[in-house]
Design a protein around this ligand. Structure first.
Ligand SMILES: *Cc1c(COP(=O)(O)O)cnc(C)c1O
Length: 304
C-alpha cells in the first residue's frame, strides 16, 4: 500500500550561489517532496510504510514541532490509517505543528522526555487491546528502510548530477548512511554536517545506517563544528547562513539545513573540502523550523 510512488530527486543548478561560493553549487530539493513543509522524512516514511496494511495503527514519537511526526500524520491521512504520537514537551511549541496534526486526524499526547518510553508502551498496549495492529516506528524514522530509501535516491541523484561532494545535514544518521551507501564506488564524497551529535557517536550512527543500506563504509565524514549551540538551538553563524540562503532564493531553516549551509559559508571549510568541486547540497527540508524558531535579528544580511 503506497501513498505516493516515484520520488525522483529534484535537482537544481544555482549559478548565482556557485559564483558567490566559488564552486559549482547544485541542490536536491527534498523540501519540495509532495507534502507541505516536507523533507527527508517523506522518503524515509514512504519506504517504511510500503508494508503498512489496513488495520495498522502507526505509533511514533518526537518533539512537539517534529518534522517526522507531522509527516507520519500526513501518511496516515493518505493511507487511511490511525496515527498516535507521543510528543515530548521540550523546545518552543508554536502550536502550529500541533494544529496540523489535529487537522490530519492524528491523536497525540505530550509527555516529559523521561516519560516517552512508558507512554509508547502504554499506548501500544491500549491500541493492541482495541484490535489494532500496532506498528511502532522509531523516532525520526531511523530505520533500515529509511536508509535504503536514501541509498536509492542518492544513486539516482549521483547518476543525474555526477557530484564530487554531497553535503547533508545529519541527525540520527539514516539519511547520511544511505547516501554513503549510494556514493560507494562512484568517487563522490559524502560530508554530513551534524545538527546535534558530537563526532564519535555521530559517526558510529551513520556507519550503522550505511550497513543497513548494504555498505561497510570504512570512512565516514561527520563534521560536528557547525552545531552552533546544539540540537534545536542556534547562534549567529547559523542565522547568517540562513539569511544568505533566503537572500539567494534558497530557503533554509536554523535547525537542520542552515547548519549544513553554514559549512558552505565557512571560508576555511570551503577551501579544505569544496574548492573547485561540484557540490551537491542535499536539502533535507525543515522549513517548519524556519517558521517556529525565533526570527533572526535585523541587519544580518549585511554580515555574510
Ligand atoms: C530529521 C531531519 C534531518 C536529519 O535526518 P537523519 O536521517 O536523522 O540524519 C535533517 N533535516 C531535516 C529537516 C530533518 O527533519
Amino acid at each position: 500500500m503506497t501513498a505516493i510512488d516515484a520520488l525522483e530527486p529534484l535537482i537544481e543548478w544555482h549559478d548565482r550561489l556557485s559564483e558567490a561560493f566559488g564552486f559549482e553549487f547544485l541542490a536536491v530539493r527534498d523540501d519540495l517532496l509532495p507534502f507541505p513543509l516536507a523533507g527527508n522524512k517523506v522518503r524515509k516514511l514512504q519506504a517504511e510504510l510500503q508494508t503498512a496494511c489496513e488495520g495498522d495503527l502507526l505509533l511514533s514519537n518526537g518533539g512537539v514541532d517534529s518534522n517526522h511526526c507531522r509527516t507520519l500524520a500526513f501518511f496516515g491521512a493518505r493511507l487511511g490509517l490511525r496515527v498516535h504520537l507521543v510528543l515530548h514537551s521540550e523546545g518552543d511549541p508554536s502550536g502550529f505543528n500541533l494544529s496540523l496534526l489535529t487537522r490530519l486526524g492524528a491523536s497525540f499526547e505530550i509527555v516529559p522526555s523521561h516519560g516517552i518510553r512508558a507512554a509508547l508502551d502504554a499506548a501500544e498496549a491500549e491500541y493492541a487491546s482495541g484490535g489494532f495492529n500496532v506498528r511502532r516506528i522509531s523516532g525520526g524514522c531511523h530505520t533500515p528502510a529509511g536508509a535504503v530509501a536514501y541509498r536509492d535516491a542518492g544513486r539516482r541523484a549521483i547518476e543525474l548530477s555526477r557530484p564530487d561532494v554531497i553535503v547533508v545535514a545529519s541527525g540520527t544518521g539514516a539519511t547520511q548512511g544511505g547516501l554513503v551507501a549510494a556514493a560507494e564506488g562512484t568517487g563522490a564524497e559524502v560530508i554530513g554536517i551534524s545538527v546535534a551529535r558530537a563526532e564519535a557517536p555521530g559517526r558510529n550512527a551513520v556507519a550503522e545506517a550505511a550497513v543497513w543500506a548494504g555498505c561497510e563504509a570504512r570512512e565516514i565524514n561527520f563534521v560536528d563544528q557547525f552545531r552552533d549551540g546544539g540540537y534545536a538551538l542556534h547562534g549567529r553563524t547559523t542565522e547568517i547562513a540562513v539569511a544568505k540562503g533566503w537572500a539567494f532564493g534558497f530557503p533554509l531553516d536554523p535547525t537542520y539545513t542552515g547548519k549544513a549551509f553554514a559549512a558552505l559559508c565557512d571560508r576555511r571549510f570551503r577551501a579544505e573540502h569544496l574548492a573547485g568541486k561540484r557540490v551537491l547540497f542535499w536539502h533535507t527540508g525543515g522549513l517548519m523550523n524556519a517558521i517556529t524558531a525565533p526570527k533572526p535579528r535585523p541587519g544580518l544580511r549585511k554580515g555574510w
